[in-house]
Design a protein around this ligand. Structure first.
Ligand code: SF4
Length: 103
């Protein structure tokens, strides 16, 4: 009986640990990599000044993720979520060709 209780406790501890790990992963989302196929196809750069001017002549240095309609990061944060890249974070100073000026 005693060993059964111990086993149940160990299982609960293990499951609790797994839940904590999952919560930690959600709050520390990976950054979008410029080389990811979707990011590359949209010309995403972590620094808006590095956007390809030849490929994207309408790009302006004032355009960046932090003032894009699709960005939902907190004001002043260095990075935040973008609905184009679910589950990842984009740099506040980043840019991609899907940029839409925040209203
Ligand atoms: S859609 Fe907007 S927030 Fe998302 S990566 Fe492009 S410029 Fe940044």
């Amino acid at each position: 009986m005693k060993s059964t209780n111990r086993r149940v406790f160990m299982m609960q501890a293990a499951l609790g640990g797994a839940a904590l790990t999952a919560a930690g992963a959600a709050s520390a989302q990976a950054m979008v990599n410029e080389k990811d196929p979707q990011a590359a196809s949209l010309g995403y750069v972590a620094d808006t000044t590095k956007a390809d001017a030849k490929k994207f002549p309408k790009h302006a240095a004032a355009q960046k993720c932090s003032n894009c309609q699709l960005y939902t990061g907190a004001a002043g944060a260095k990075s935040g979520p973008c609905s184009i890249f679910p589950g990842k974070q984009v740099a506040a100073n980043g840019w991609c060709s899907a940029y839409v000026k925040k209203a």
